[in-house]
Design a protein around this ligand. Structure first.
Ligand SMILES: [Zn+2]
Length: 165
C-alpha cells in the first residue's frame, strides 16, 4: 500500500482489527519512509446490478433513503432505519453472491420493513411491486392479515421447560 503522504510504495501494518462483526477490517499502517500513519479499510465487495444493467457498490445509505420516503409521517426514527439497512445488507451478503439484482435488495427490504411499520411497508411494496389498483392494495392487506410477520415457534409457556421425561 502506497503512503498517501510521501508516495513511498510500501507501508507496514501496525494494527489490524475487525469491525462490524468482521465484515470490515481496518488496518493502521505506518510508512517506513516518512513515519506517518494512515488507516485502510478492507471490505468484501458487494455489487448491485440496477435495472439499467449498470453495476454499483451496495450502500446502506441508499437503502435508508429509499425506505425513508416510504416512512414519511410514520413513527420510524433514524436508528430504526440504520438497523433496517444493516439487516438488509446482512441478508443480501448471506446469499454469498458478489453481485445482486436491485430487485433482490428491494425484496430483502420488505421483511424487516414490515416488522418496522406496516403502513410504510405497504407504501414501499406498492412502488416496488408496482401496485396499480385498489385491488392490489386489498390483496396485499389480506395477505398481511393472514400471514404472521415471523415464522417463529409459539412461545413456551412459563414453567414448561422442555419435554416431560
Ligand atoms: Zn510516507
Amino acid at each position: 500500500m502506497r503512503c498517501p503522504y510521501c508516495r513511498f510504495p510500501d507501508s507496514r501494518v501496525v494494527d489490524s482489527r475487525e469491525v462490524e462483526e468482521g465484515q470490515t477490517i481496518r488496518r493502521r499502517r505506518s510508512c517506513p519512509e516518512c513515519g506517518k500513519r494512515f488507516t485502510t479499510v478492507e471490505e468484501a465487495t458487494l455489487a448491485v446490478i440496477k435495472r439499467s444493467g449498470v453495476t454499483e457498490p451496495f450502500r446502506r445509505d441508499k437503502v435508508v433513503s429509499g425506505v425513508r420516503r416510504a416512512c414519511q409521517g410514520r413513527p420510524v426514527d433514524d436508528d430504526a432505519l440504520a438497523l433496517l439497512s444493516q439487516q438488509v445488507e446482512d441478508a443480501v451478503r448471506a446469499t454469498g453472491a458478489a453481485e445482486v439484482d436491485s430487485g433482490d435488495v428491494g425484496l430483502a427490504i420488505l421483511g424487516p420493513l414490515r416488522l418496522l411499520d406496516e403502513v410504510a411497508y405497504l407504501r414501499f411494496a406498492s412502488v416496488y411491486r408496482g401496485f396499480d389498483s385498489l385491488a392490489d392494495f386489498e390483496a396485499e392487506i389480506v395477505a398481511l392479515r393472514a400471514v404472521p410477520p415471523l415464522d417463529l415457534p409459539p412461545p413456551v409457556p412459563a414453567g414448561a421447560a422442555g419435554p416431560a421425561r
